[in-house]
Design a protein around this ligand. Structure first.
Ligand code: SF4
Ligand code: SF4
Length: 229
């Protein structure tokens, strides 16, 4: 059975909500004064008001996936070996890689025995998924913090090797390089169990004894004749 609704009786001071209205207006007034005060402050705002971009820039997470860059190692050598794994992993098919061998006397420019002769990324097709970064075995391609990608021409949106290395140099100078990925220990797969000999098929079940013993048959015949009589 449903519970009967009991109507509570409130005093007049509660029913006119006067105290609640005063409390609400107090909060509004407090925020208004605070925001006015902060709008006269110099430098980046420290309260969640509108950020005055581009003067104020929010800090960006190191895990942000922005403009790509081709990394160099500590010796300034190109890490990319032109294997094409990034291009294979790219779901938007916007990476083009052409592998080559360093020219004579230029071996020191590259960390590997091979290098990428050409490397382009069509930024108009890229979806910033980060698959290329994950697929790269040399940690050569990474997505940095660059997010101001507007250009005046479509050609400028196709990043070549020089632009990608320039992105790296820029991020390095600004101290915004991505930390190296942690090495994940690879566990050896469990040893395959020794193959057991296949179990012998169960002996065929004997067909139902249709054939009764001759003595039993004779008895049954006799019983049939008796019943007819
Ligand atoms: S971020 Fe994704 S879509 Fe962009 S180049 Fe890399 S794999 Fe391709
Ligand atoms: S960036 Fe990495 S995955 Fe792509 S070609 Fe170079 S080494 Fe291979």
């Amino acid at each position: 059975m449903p519970k009967p609704v009991v109507k509570k009786e409130y005093p007049l001071s509660v029913r006119i909500y006067l105290w609640e209205i005063i409390k609400g207006l107090g909060i509004t007034w407090r925020h208004f004064v605070k925001n006015i005060r902060y709008s006269f402050r110099k430098g980046p705002h420290t309260v969640p008001t509108t950020w005055q971009y581009p003067e104020d820039r929010r800090p960006i997470s190191p895990n942000f996936r922005g403009a790509h860059m081709l990394q160099l190692n500590e010796k300034g050598q190109e890490l990319c070996v032109g294997c094409g794994m990034c291009a294979k992993a790219c779901p938007a098919k916007c990476i083009t890689v052409k592998r080559g061998k360093p020219a004579d006397g230029e071996e020191d420019r590259y960390a590997g025995k091979t290098m990428c002769e050409e490397f382009t990324i069509d930024m108009l097709r890229c979806i910033f998924c980060g698959f290329c970064e994950e697929a790269c075995p040399k940690n050569a391609i990474v997505l940095g913090q660059g997010h101001e990608l507007a250009e005046y021409t479509m050609e400028a949106c196709i990043y070549d090797k020089a632009k990608l290395i320039a992105n790296f140099e820029e991020a390095k100078a600004a101290g915004k390089l991505k930390p190296k990925p942690k090495k994940v220990p690879v566990e050896a797969p469990p040893k395959a169990e020794a193959k057991k000999p296949a179990a012998k098929p169960a002996a065929k079940a004997a067909p139902k004894a249709d054939k009764a013993k001759p003595a039993e048959k004779a008895d049954a015949k006799k019983e049939g004749e008796d019943s007819k009589e």
